[in-house]
Design a protein around this ligand. Structure first.
Ligand SMILES: [Zn+2]
Ligand SMILES: [Zn+2]
Length: 330
């Protein structure tokens, strides 16, 4: 197992190194040479990163156990429920709240969003928001952390996670608004605790089968569906708005990610909590937000102005990210 996971990591890193360091115009042999020289200068993984990398490999290798554990409606429901709750925590919490602040909520509920999101094996909310804000600032440019246009589909999907050319310690200058909350910093630093607690809960509910389906299968499904937005949603789909990037609207990804597949809409008006601008553009995340607003759990939900949503591509400049005070202090 250990050898196999090491091999998987080495392959992923080799892909990253090769994709990340070869300029577009480099010829094959010299490009590889440049990559090797560059690889020798890469920093070492930190201890935390090593643990995360091993966990990532072990999780994928553990998928083989679906062939050996008994399947029941109980564990299927556990996997589906875990997917639904945690996918919403990523889309409604990490993305539309922490990264874009497209609605308001209480300080207590923002911690709930942070903890739920941290059960998804996508690091903490501050890290996630920082990377995503960088994505919007440099969309499909050389400094975009995960652009399929710059570095290929595999890099944009998962390779960037292992990229040792990305700076450490990380740049947190774009998340100062989130760093003001010590409880968010705590969740961000200890994101492994909610993840572990979720795994233990799956085992308690369904035994080994619960762990395999509720934790492994469900977590990886949330992870890869999320990553599809970074990779395929900048390559495959239609463009309603002439944004400065290659973002696309893709109904399949929208279905899998509760509305995040309307990615061209989102890049056009990123401050909007609603991403499906037309009535037929299914946006489950937004519908849940509306339900939570009825219960007064969230408020101040941002909508796309009708004129902006309807503007033809050539007349619709990309809307800037508008940062306002995060949440009402308790
Ligand atoms: Zn994007
Ligand atoms: Zn976004």
């Amino acid at each position: 197992m250990r050898r196999a996971s090491t091999l998987l990591l080495a392959l992923a890193q080799a892909t990253v190194i090769l994709r990340a360091s070869v300029p577009e115009s480099s010829p094959g042999a010299s490009g590889v040479l440049v990559s090797l020289v560059h690889a020798s200068r890469l920093r070492r993984f930190t201890a935390t990163e090593r643990v995360s990398n091993v966990l990532f490999a072990v999780m994928h290798l553990s998928l083989v156990f679906v062939l050996f554990v008994p399947v029941s409606w109980r564990v299927i429901a556990l996997a589906a429920g875990g997917y639904a709750v945690r996918m919403w925590a990523i889309t409604g919490g990490y993305h539309r709240y922490f990264a874009h602040r497209s609605y308001k909520t209480s300080r207590a509920f923002q911690v709930v969003l942070a903890v739920l999101g941290a059960t998804s094996m996508q690091n903490g909310p501050i890290w996630w928001a920082s990377v995503h804000r960088r994505h919007h600032k440099h969309s499909d440019g050389p400094h975009d952390p995960h652009s399929p246009v710059q570095r290929g589909l595999l890099y944009a999907h998962v390779g960037w996670v292992f990229d040792r050319t990305l700076p450490r310690p990380r740049d947190e200058s774009n998340v100062q608004d989130l760093l003001r909350y010590p409880e968010l910093r705590w969740v961000d630093r200890h994101d492994w605790i909610p993840l572990t607690a979720y795994g233990v809960a799956c085992f308690a509910i369904g035994g080994v089968a619960g762990l395999v389906w509720g934790f492994v299968v469900s977590t990886l499904a949330v992870f890869h569906a999320t990553m599809l937005v970074n990779s395929l949603a900048h390559v495959w789909g239609t463009r309603r708005y002439a944004t400065d990037d290659r973002s696309r609207n893709n109904p399949v990804i929208a279905l899998l990610t509760f509305g995040e597949g309307w990615h061209n809409n989102h890049h056009h008006f990123m401050s909007s909590a609603r991403q499906g601008f037309k009535w037929w553009e299914l946006d489950v995340t937004y519908y849940v937000l509306r339900a939570l607003a009825c219960l007064h759990v969230v408020w101040g939900i941002r909508e796309p102005p009708p004129v902006r949503a309807a503007a033809p591509a050539s007349q619709s400049p990309t809307a800037p990210v508008v940062l306002e005070p995060l949440s009402r202090p308790l």
